[in-house]
Design a protein around this ligand. Structure first.
Ligand code: PAF
Length: 278
């Protein structure tokens, strides 16, 4: 594994790899790596000859300075975790990626204004800006993203279409702790007890599937009432949506593929998750 910190060096190394006809799988991350990231890396390794992992805490996608400051960072630990499973780690400084103030302005036909977009203004413009820049530097054959960030995945697919990028987006299922909590870098900010409480949200949503109703109102009523009992969790949103349009549905029969997206805070930590209904 080699660690690269500059765009110039990255391009030089990748040029050599590509001129040998090798395919590149790319896993963009913000570090604080966990088993969810490892599952993306394994998938990338199984489908490409070379795997590039980026570690970059992108300031543009944080709407609160405090959240950016507290985001977990441990490059040394991350490098130890991936030294035998990736070929290149690209870990640039902020100045390297944004030497001047970025001016990109993306819109995704409304996909970016619901759920996370409504709660975190500017978040997806920040995500699209960094992902597009990273794609331009790495020019991968395939790029790997987790389904936990379900809305992000839909937006990145749109980004690829809009910018006529050649990269194939590969999505990978949510990886969970044994108690059901979706793996997230932010879990590192939680105590054992809080992680346990947070995992109960997943339990409740799963239970709502067993209600055997197609009425989204009935599912919502159940989930809202049950999550309300979980101190100190504060539900931001729980929305049952059409997988393609990300628009909320009234009945599970209203779309072919239906997922629930949820966001909540526990103390200062904000977590998201997704659960497939059908
Ligand atoms: O999902 C993430 O970790 C980030 O949003 C991403 C895609 C690496 C962009 O900063």
């Amino acid at each position: 594994m080699i660690l690269i910190e500059t765009i110039e060096k990255l391009k030089e190394v990748l040029l050599r790899i590509k001129s040998n006809g090798k395919t590149i799988g790319f896993v963009p991350t913000m570090g604080a790596l966990h088993e969810g990231h490892i599952s993306l890396i394994k998938k990338a390794k199984s489908e490409n000859q070379v795997v590039v992992l980026s570690i970059f805490v992108n300031p543009l996608q944080f709407d609160k300075p405090d959240d950016l400051e507290k985001y977990p960072r441990d490059l040394e630990k991350d490098l130890l975790m991936v030294e035998h499973c990736v070929d290149i780690v690209f870990a640039p400084a902020v100045q390297e990626i944004f030497p001047t103030s970025p001016t990109e302005n993306y819109s995704f036909g409304g996909l970016e204004t619901v759920m996370e977009g409504a709660s975190r203004p500017g978040h997806f413009n920040g995500v699209a800006t960094i992902v597009k820049r990273l794609f331009d530097f790495v020019q991968p054959n395939r790029a790997y993203f987790g389904e936990k960030d379900f809305q992000q995945l839909a937006i990145i697919r749109q980004l690829v279409e809009q910018t006529k990028s050649e990269v194939t987006i590969v999505s990978c299922p949510v990886i969970r702790e044994p108690n059901g909590l979706a793996m997230s870098s932010r879990n590192q900010l939680l105590s054992f007890a809080k992680k346990n409480i947070a995992s109960k949200v997943y339990g409740i949503i799963n239970k709502s599937k067993a209600l055997g109703t197609t009425s989204v109102k009935k599912i919502n009523d159940f989930v809202f009432a049950e999550v309300k009992k979980l101190e100190p969790i504060k539900l931001d949103y729980f929305t049952i949506i059409d997988e393609i349009t990300l628009k909320s549905v009234d009945s599970l029969d209203d779309a072919t593929s239906v997922v629930a997206c949820v966001a909540f805070t526990i103390g200062e930590v904000r977590l998201i998750d997704m659960i497939r209904f059908k």
